[in-house]
Structure formats: C-alpha cells, structure tokens
Ligand binder design. Structure first.
Ligand code: AP5
Length: 214
C-alpha cells in the first residue's frame, strides 16, 4: 500500500502521517525530514539543500529523486506514506516510473486542505524537540513548560524556515509549483481524496482512515 499525503506547508502532513504509519503499519517517507537530517550531518547534499529550504524554495528534482530511490531500494517490500513528496509534476512522473520498476503502484493521494491564515499561525507557532522528534505548537498545542519537551525535557527549537516571511513564500511555491500536481493524478487516474484539515487532529485522522479504507 503506497499513499501520498499531500497538502500545503503546515497542513498536518507530518502529524497525520506519523499516526497513519503507526495505525496502518506503513513506513513514512518525509523528504523534508531526510533533507534536514542531511543538513544536520553536514553532507554536501545537506549543505546544498539547506540554501533552498531556508529561502522557502524547492530543492532540485534530481536531488529529491536520488533520496527517494535510495530509500525505496533499501526496503522494496514495505508500503510507504509519502509526506511532502512529490512536489512537482516531474517528481510525480519519476515516482510513477520508479514504483513501476519496483513492481508497485499508488493506492491514493490524500490532500489536506487548510485556509492560508491558519497555516501561517500553525507554522509560526511550531516548535520541535531535536532529541525525540515531538512536535508542539506555541499557540495551539503548547508544551507543559514553555520551551521544554514534555517527553524528554530537551530544549525545543524552531525550524529555520518557520518565520512568517519564509512561510508565506513556501505557500506561494506550493500554489505555483506543487498544487498543480493534483491535476496530474486526476488525469492519470490515481484516486484523489480531499480532506478538511482544519479540524482536531483525531477527527482528521478518522476521516483519512475512512477514505483510505474505500
Ligand atoms: P517539509 O519538511 O516537507 O515541510 P512542509 O511541506 O512545508 O510541511 P510542514 O512540515 O511545514 O508541515 P506539515 O504539513 O507536515 O504540518 P505539521 O504536521 O508539521 O519541507 C521543508 C522544505 O524542504 C521545503 O520548503 C523544500 O525546500 C524542501 N523539500 C521537502 N520535500 C521536497 C520535495 N519533495 N521537493 C523539493 N523540495 C522539498 O503541522 C504543522 C503545525 O501545525 C505543528 O505545530 C502541529 O502541531 C500543528 N497541527 C497539525 N495538525 C493540526 C490540527 N489538526 N489542528 C491544529 N494544529 C495542528
């Protein structure tokens, strides 16, 4: 079972993707996380990607496809939830080719929709734990002690691309380069399901599970 979790920055792809992966026993492949890991390790790829990410721009398709191919070839058996990928039509086509090569295909594309002003509020309030990966939101889901992880008590950090100006650029890039990918899947016949993401996390998760069960 291979699924794409699609949507603008801050729509809840990471939050819902983690829950779905656990519930459906799937791997979650988040290209943003892979790029941030490479950045922390200081690899040449990580250093190149960081420049694009901090400007709110997309990392070149060839870099992304290299990462995705490596990931899928390492474990060609497990079903995958793709989070934040594909983001261009070229990536979508390349993914179709890669999956066909590996004898698999997509089941569905789930698109999370949230109004832009809510997205900005979510992104600018987000803080994450660098130690255990827990995600909080200063406005919507704060930790018990400000700036400290509830689970492991590490100091929380804000992503470099989560300031308001970069978040607005990321939304523009989504509208111009990524949203049109939905039309590609509608044209090529992969089921596309739209899910209102501006509801409590557990309600969104329930809807996703219902739609994916169809
Ligand atoms: P990436 O890391 O993929 O970021 P993104 O797509 O911008 O998405 P986010 O991580 O900001 O949000 P999300 O939808 O996962 O929401 P989350 O669950 O965290 O990409 C970063 C950069 O990497 C890109 O800009 C690009 O440069 C590069 N990149 C990555 N993939 C690429 C690709 N394929 N091609 C080219 N470049 C690529 O939630 C956000 C906040 O909202 C959290 O605080 C959360 O607690 C809160 N929240 C979540 N759900 C709810 C809810 N229902 N109600 C209230 N609050 C909620």
């Amino acid at each position: 079972m291979d699924i794409i979790l699609f949507g603008p920055p801050g729509a809840g792809k990471g939050t819902q993707g983690e829950l779905l992966a656990e519930r459906l026993q799937l791997q979650r492949l988040a290209t943003g996380d892979l790029l941030r890991d490479a950045g922390r390790q200081g690899t040449p790829l990580g250093r190149e990607a960081k420049r694009y990410m901090e400007a709110g721009e997309l990392v070149p398709d060839a870099v992304i496809m290299g990462l995705v191919r490596e990931y899928l070839e390492e474990d060609a058996e497990s079903g995958v939830i793709f989070d934040g990928f594909p983001r261009t039509e070229a990536q979508a086509r390349a993914l179709d080719e890669l999956l066909a090569e590996l004898g698999r295909s997509l089941c569905a594309v789930a698109v999370l929709t949230v109004p832009d002003e809510q997205l900005i509020r979510r992104i600018s309030g987000r803080c994450t734990c660098p130690q255990c990966g827990a995600v909080y939101n200063q406005h919507l889901d704060p930790p018990r002690v400000a700036g400290t992880c509830d689970r492991c008590h590490s100091a929380l950090v804000q992503r470099a691309d989560d300031d308001e100006a970069t978040a607005r650029r990321r939304l523009e890039v989504y509208a111009q380069q990524t949203r049109p990918v939905i039309c590609y899947y509608e044209r090529t016949g992969t089921p596309v399901r739209h899910v209102a993401g501006d509801r409590p996390v557990d309600e969104v998760q329930r809807t996703l599970l219902e739609l994916l069960a169809r």
